[in-house]
Each structure stands twice: as structure tokens, then as C-alpha cells.
Design a protein around this ligand. Structure first.
Ligand SMILES: Cc1ncc(COP(=O)(O)O)c(C=O)c1O
Length: 368
């Protein structure tokens, strides 16, 4: 099987983790171990923000960012439903209400035109998700956010290295949350990061990740144990140094698909609007005019040829039982159509040019 995504671990990573294991400092009070501090320094430099705060997952990064923003009961947070459940789940965990809005059917990211319609006097924040590695329309989103005094938390879990008009994902909102889960563009096994230019948010997150402490035995707020272990941070450093190379290979692979599949009329290939740099977490295609049965049949055929095609996301969040039962039934037509028609192909750096051409041939046979 050609995997949809897999970690690329080399000797550098193995040596870095072994060194931590030998040092016997596996974690340090407050999450300030030497490897964590160094990983944060490199990550903030890469993204271009003043601060980067390491946590133990992308989900905990989202939770900490929401708590730092003061989101809680009675508040509403606008976000897409066409994404992984974590952001909505963390909003719900703060006691606030996720308000799901529809997407732009070309980019699969939230449609800024839908934001203003959803704003009420309870709205506190917007979470744009840079889905599949393409940033949301951040200029329009920030303009609306500034006008209504809303906080913007980017969900950049799939967008390490993506860019929007020359700025990196992670520097586009008030805070941004990354994931270093095992299959992401770079990994620490499990791990997360919040990037921000705001010193108050950065201070709050440092404290939230360590039981709300400001100093030892002085918890000034509710927090958690969201500290990143030293082994994870040690793994993150070589992964971050390799990220530009990984991204170049992802872009090469995506470029081949875009070139060779462009004349298949049944397929809508991903779009990369002017001024955007995609980070190609996955290469997501829409089978035009299909229902889910037809799409699923096509995915089965691709998988029979040992290509790990996957559907992200066949169930938008507003269809998941907890969210439907808690917040009621809503309709998001563009999200629902996308959930029936999309499927993703491997584009990851471990896939050679030859294998990408094999995938192209398989798709040409199935869809011509
Ligand atoms: C869009 C999105 N948000 C949040 C997360 C949560 O990250 P993690 O798995 O590191 O908790 C993920 C990935 O898993 C994701 O894809």
C-alpha cells in the first residue's frame, strides 16, 4: 500500500531521542526542558511569530488557546464543520458553543461571506481551519474579526509551511495551533504548538499547560497537564529542519497530479489561489456530481490498486451524534456535498515520482 501519510524518521531523530533518554531529563517542571525551549525557539523563528509554546497535542493547543482567549460559557465560536472534530470539541469543553458555517466549495475552507451572517452579540472568536494544507481566506477573515472585535485562532494542524501572501500559517491570526501527530507534515509522535505575537496569550498558555501555575504552588487559573515531553521536542527539532525538504517533495508530487490529471472531466482537482502556498498535507479531489456510494466505490477501486486513498471528512461535525443532539440539526449544503464527493490521495514525501505516476495511471483508468 502507498500510505496516505507516514512519519519520515531518520538517524538524526533517533540520535536526538536517544540522547534525551540517556540524559534522564525526560520532562521538566513547567514544560521548560532544554529541548522544549530550543524547539520553541526554532518554531517561532520558522513561523515568524514572537512566541511559540509547545504542548502535548494539537488538541491541547486548541484548548489552551481558547482558555487563553477567555472563551467560556455563554460565548459562541464560529468555525467550519468540514474538518476534524478537535476544534469543535475544545470549544464545547470550555462551555462555549461552536457555530458551524459553510465552506467555499473550491478551497474547502470557511467562506468569509458566511461569517458575518453568523455573528451575534455572543460571538467571541473565529477558528479558520487551513484544511488539507491550504490557508483560509485570512485577509477577509481578519478584516471581519477586527470590525467585530473577535479573536482569530487559526487551526493550522495540517498547514506547517503553508503561506498566505508571503506570511506563514501560524502568523495570520491572533493565535494559531499546530499538531505534530504521527502523520502530520512534521511529527513529534504526539505534540502541538501555539504560535502568537501576543505576550499576554503566551504567558497564559505557559501557565495553562502547567496546571494554571504562575510559580510553583501558585495556580492562578484553571489549567491542565499539557506539557510536551523532552523526547517529543528532541524529535521535533530535526523534523523542523527537514520540513522545507519535505514540503518541496510534497509540492513536486502535487504538481505531477495537477499536471497529469487535469483533463479528467469527472474530477475537480485542488485549487491554489494566487498568493497562496499549499503545504499539501493530502491531495484532495472531488468526484463531480457523485453521491457517496459512487465516491466510495471509486475509493475502493483505488485502494484495490494498493493506494491508500482516504475520505476526509465523510461525516462533517454537525452530523456527529454528540453535536447534533447538543446543538440541534442544521443544514450546510456545500459542506454536505463535499463530504459525499471528496477523496484524498497520498502526496507525502516518502512517495517517489515513479509511484505518483503509477497513481496517475490508476486514476486515468478508473476515470477516463
Ligand atoms: C484540522 C485538525 N485540527 C486539530 C487536530 C488535532 O491535533 P492532534 O491530533 O495533535 O490532537 C488535527 C489532527 O489530528 C487536525 O487535522
Amino acid at each position: 500500500m502507498i500510505p496516505i501519510n507516514k512519519p519520515l524518521i531518520g538517524l538524526d531523530e533517533i540520535r536526538a531521542v536517544a540522547k534525551v533518554l540517556r540524559s534522564e531529563i525526560l520532562t521538566q517542571k513547567g514544560g521548560f526542558g532544554p529541548n522544549v525551549v530550543e524547539f520553541e525557539r526554532l518554531f517561532s523563528k520558522y513561523v515568524g511569530t514572537k512566541y511559540a509554546l509547545a504542548l502535548n497535542s494539537g488538541t491541547s493547543a486548541l484548548h489552551a488557546a481558547l482558555l487563553a482567549a477567555g472563551i467560556g460559557e455563554q460565548d459562541e465560536v464560529i468555525m467550519p464543520s468540514f474538518t476534524f472534530v478537535a476544534a469543535a470539541e475544545m470549544v464545547a469543553l470550555t462551555g462555549a458553543k461552536p457555530i458551524f458555517i459553510d465552506i467555499n466549495p473550491r478551497t474547502y475552507c470557511i467562506d468569509p461571506n458566511e461569517i458575518e451572517i453568523a455573528i451575534t452579540n455572543r460571538t467571541k472568536a473565529i477558528i479558520p481551519v487551513h484544511l488539507y494544507g491550504l490557508t483560509a481566506e485570512m485577509d477577509a477573515i481578519m478584516e471581519i474579526a477586527r470590525r467585530y472585535n473577535l479573536i482569530v485562532i487559526e487551526d493550522a494542524a495540517q498547514a506547517h509551511g503553508a503561506e498566505f501572501h508571503g506570511e506563514k500559517a501560524g502568523k495570520l491570526g491572533d493565535m494559531a495551533c499546530f499538531s505534530f501527530y504521527g502523520t502530520k507534515n512534521m511529527t513529534t509522535g504526539e505534540g502541538g504548538m501555539v504560535t502568537t505575537d501576543n505576550s499576554e496569550y503566551a504567558d497564559a498558555i505557559r501557565s495553562i499547560r502547567n496546571h494554571g501555575e504562575r510559580r510553583e504552588y501558585n495556580s492562578i487559573r484553571i489549567g491542565h497537564n499539557y506539557r510536551m515531553p523532552e523526547m517529543a521536542a528532541a524529535l521535533g527539532r530535526p523534523q523542523l529542519l527537514k520540513l522545507p525538504k519535505f514540503l518541496a517533495l510534497r509540492r513536486r508530487n502535487a504538481g505531477i497530479y495537477l499536471d497529469k490529471l487535469s483533463n479528467l472531466k469527472e474530477l475537480q482537482l485542488p485549487t491554489v489561489p494566487e498568493g497562496y502556498e499549499h503545504s499539501w498535507y493530502v491531495f484532495t479531489i472531488r468526484l463531480l456530481r457523485a453521491n457517496s456510494a459512487k465516491r466510495n466505490k471509486a475509493v475502493r477501486k483505488i485502494r484495490q490498486r494498493y493506494i491508500d486513498s482516504q475520505v476526509y471528512y465523510s461525516m462533517p461535525i454537525h452530523w456527529l451524534s454528540y453535536y447534533r443532539q447538543t446543538y440541534g440539526s442544521i443544514k450546510l449544503p456545500k459542506t454536505e456535498t463535499a463530504s459525499r464527493q471528496v477523496f484524498s490521495l497520498p502526496v507525502q514525501p516518502g512517495v517517489s515520482e515513479k509511484k505518483i505516476l503509477y497513481v496517475v495511471n490508476v486514476l486515468k483508468k478508473i476515470f477516463s
